[in-house]
Design a protein around this ligand. Structure first.
Ligand SMILES: *Cc1c(COP(=O)(O)O)cnc(C)c1O
Length: 435
């Protein structure tokens, strides 16, 4: 028998959790196992997973085809250094990524995590301009409410207010920030947001290497959806002012918004694209940075003539095999129908909450549902009521959001939307009563 109380006590006192204090304010909950869209806790409680482990488990946990591919790879070659060697899993994965992503993204760099994929994207953009003997083009233009990772180069392009800029202001490089695109996937905008980008590029393009943006969905920095036309116009502005466009598809990639990649909504091709999160269906960590041949040729023909990056676990064969199986499972599945099914259900169940007291906004795109509250302190209460109702959500400040596995069984999807609705109502009402 696992002695959970002792284990959890050790966890509390010795192990950091994401964005947590030590010991953690709210203790972490022991998990015993996962299967499909179900998480089984140490005490046997089963929860319907509303988070897909932060966008990662798009087919649910323990997918048999992905597991089988990983078992085979573990028995053959779990890892080999990528310096000087190559292997079938890396090649087969890169083939798929080149084929599926927008035309022209042909060169693949395989890394271990999303933040590092963005670091590599930034490095590619800077080396591109160094190679073209315009080293002053070394700043980035990013967006308010953006999120691109937790490492230093990526923190510097996250939202300057809700990111960590004030904490690390002495050491973070200074970049340019444009206002976030206006909220709304199908609004008719006055384009004042794109006008602000134009103005920044007009003034500073000589200093700017690239624009970095999350296409269509700004994720962790606000769960905001914006119109494809903004992205289309942004692509044109990048061409006009001779700056590169880096699309961070780490959260949106592989179907979550209803298109395989969110860039497809605007029918654009970025110069560099970062992928991660659900690349292996949540089975093991892996991320990738794709770039055009123009970028790879320019870097390779310039000085020092190489892309200056090469992590120890680059191209890990076990992770690549998981990613290949994951992508094949996705393409063999009716994923568009599944996304539509989840979108319809979120539209029916979550959108109507908008009129309730205490709720600022509700919004849905693809298999992403968002409830934005008026206050930011109800997350722990909502999470606790959710667990009583048999669901797992992880609120973030004012944002209660869910992005379940695409193939979540209908009964579990019903439980998720019922439980979430009840948890939000309960927490909001008790806060109003106690006010
Ligand atoms: C999660 C995320 C990242 C960072 O990925 P990690 O694997 O957590 O380092 C970067 N950009 C976006 C849009 C993300 O959602």
């Amino acid at each position: 028998m696992t002695d959970w109380p002792t284990l959890l006590d050790f966890d509390q006192n010795h192990i950091w959790h994401p964005y947590a204090k030590m010991p953690a304010g709210i203790p972490a909950i022991g998990v015993a196992k996962t299967q499909g869209a179900i998480i089984t806790l140490a005490d046997g409680t089963e929860l319907v997973d509303g988070m897909s482990s932060w966008w990662a488990a798009m087919h649910g946990y323990n997918h048999p085809k992905i597991q089988q591919a990983m078992h085979e790879q573990i028995d053959t070659m779990p890892h080999i250094m990528f310096g000087g060697f190559t292997h079938e899993p890396a090649i087969e994965l890169a083939k798929r990524l080149v084929k599926l992503t927008p035309d022209g993204l042909e060169k693949v760099f395989l890394v271990d995590s999303g933040s590092v994929a963005m670091e590599v994207a930034i490095k590619m953009a800077m080396q591109y301009w160094i190679s073209r003997e315009q080293p002053n083009k070394n700043k980035l233009l990013s967006f308010e409410h953006g999120y691109h990772g937790d490492t230093f180069a990526t923190m510097a392009i996250c939202d300057p207010v809700n990111g960590m800029h004030s904490l690390f202001s002495q050491v973070l490089p200074q970049h340019f920030f444009a206002p976030a695109p206006q909220m709304g996937f199908d609004i008719n905008s006055d384009d004042s947001d794109i006008a602000a980008v134009r103005q920044l590029l007009e003034q500073h393009h000589d200093d700017i290497a690239a624009v970095t943006i999350e296409p269509i969905v700004q994720g962790a920095g606000g769960m905001r959806f914006y119109r494809p036309d903004f992205l289309r116009q942004l692509r044109s502005l990048c061409d006009e002012f001779n700056v590169l466009l880096i699309a961070d598809e780490i959260a949106t990639g592989f179907g979550r918004t209803g298109k395989l990649f969110a860039c497809e909504w605007a029918d654009i091709r970025p110069d560099i694209m970062a992928l991660g999160k659900t690349l292996t269906g949540g089975h093991i960590t892996l991320a990738a940075t794709l770039a055009t041949t123009d970028i790879s040729d320019t870097i390779s023909q310039g000085q020092p003539g190489i892309l200056a990056h090469g992590p120890t676990f680059m191209g890990n064969p076990l992770a690549c095999r998981a990613a290949i199986a994951n992508i094949d499972v996705l393409l063999d599945s009716p994923w568009q129908d599944n996304i539509q099914r989840i979108e319809d259900q979120f539209n029916d169940t979550l959108l109507p909450l908008k009129t309730q007291d205490g709720i600022a906004d509700t919004r849905v795109l693809g298999a992403i549902g968002v409830i934005e509250l008026e206050r930011g302190d109800l997350g722990p209460h909502i999470q606790a009521v959710g667990i009583e109702k048999g669901i797992w959500v992880r609120p973030f400040g004012k944002l209660i959001y869910t992005m379940p596995a695409y193939n979540i069984p209908q009964a579990q999807l019903n439980q998720l939307t019922n439980g979430l609705t009840q948890a939000v109502k309960t927490a909001v009402q008790s806060a109003i009563q106690n006010a």
